[in-house]
Design a protein around this ligand. Structure first.
Ligand code: URA
Length: 282
């Protein structure tokens, strides 16, 4: 006989396998689980099957329908459009209550060889409905230009699709929390599956943490290729860090070395002049 608890376990394992780390439990579900846990802790004999079934049925009934992303359409553009529609009302993100209303989806070329991932939209991005259009976005455009790449050629995304909210928010932005990233992670994972880029660039430590589950400093994460289910990922400093560091040449050079590694990976032409960008003057 298949017990409700087995169905619950199977559902949770499937969610975990696709990268979901949190499920919402309301008070009824929590009570049901607590009851089961107490029985284990107190060593009381397991309840008769009928009673166990009643308890676990309570859990199953009160866990909301799982939020599952479905990818519709046959072309990459259609598939990305289907993701965009689902992002608008994505329950796991909305249920947190810590993100703003406006959804800012990714932008760019569905056939891109390079897919860039930031953390979350900020003030300017929310106003314009496009990622990386504020000062950090201008810096990103400059980096791409130095690589000989037009912004329209690449795909630009964020882990979190809504601007993180703060009390009495005006133009100030904050980094997304691990919960906010976990709630939106299925989107960027699906975008990578659809676009199939030759490589991903994670912009900053927060994006790297959300995407790769890494902890630590960008300094420790950069300088090597990481693997995301077969897609190579390069971590570099966030463009806003370049702005904060006053465009210091040593930071510029480190970002540039990461971009040279990407260009090499993609067998893009690199001139002698490009190789020497931001090197200290001899
Ligand atoms: N910073 C990000 O990480 N993403 C944006 O879209 C803008 C700024």
């Amino acid at each position: 006989m298949i017990r409700p608890v087995d169905v619950l376990l199977e559902f949770l394992q499937a969610e975990h396998a696709r990268g979901v780390t949190h499920v919402h439990l309301d008070e009824g579900a929590r009570l049901g689980l607590r009851g089961l846990l107490n029985r284990v802790k107190t060593g009381k004999a397991p309840p008769p099957v009928t009673e166990l079934e009643q308890t676990t049925e309570l859990v199953l009934e009160t866990v909301p329908a799982p939020a599952v992303l479905t990818i519709e359409g046959s072309t990459r553009s259609e598939q990305l459009a289907s993701l965009r529609r689902q992002a608008e009302t994505w329950h796991p993100a909305k249920a947190l209550g810590t993100l703003r209303e406006t959804m800012v989806f990714a932008t760019g070329n569905p056939e891109a060889r390079i897919l860039l991932v930031g953390e979350a939209p900020g003030y300017q991005e929310e106003r314009e409905g496009e990622p990386f259009v504020g000062p950090a976005g201008q810096k990103l455009n400059d980096i791409l230009k130095a690589m000989g790449i037009d912004r329209a050629e690449v795909y630009i995304s964020n882990i979190v699709k809504f601007r993180p909210a703060t009390p009495r928010q005006t133009t100030n932005n904050r980094k997304p929390s691990p919960e906010e990233m976990a709630a939106c992670l299925p989107f960027v994972r699906a975008e990578i599956d659809i676009v199939k880029p030759a490589c991903v660039i994670a912009l900053g430590g927060t994006a790297a943490e959300g995407l790769l589950g890494l902890a630590g400093t960008v300094t420790a994460m950069r300088g090597a290729w990481h693997d995301l289910d077969g897609t190579p990922v390069r971590v570099t400093y966030h463009p806003s860090y370049l702005l904060q560091s006053g465009d210091a040449n040593n930071v510029k050079r480190q970002v540039w070395e990461d971009m040279l590694a990407v260009m090499e990976k993609l067998a893009l032409p690199i001139s002698a002049r490009q190789r020497g960008f931001f090197l200290p003057k001899a």
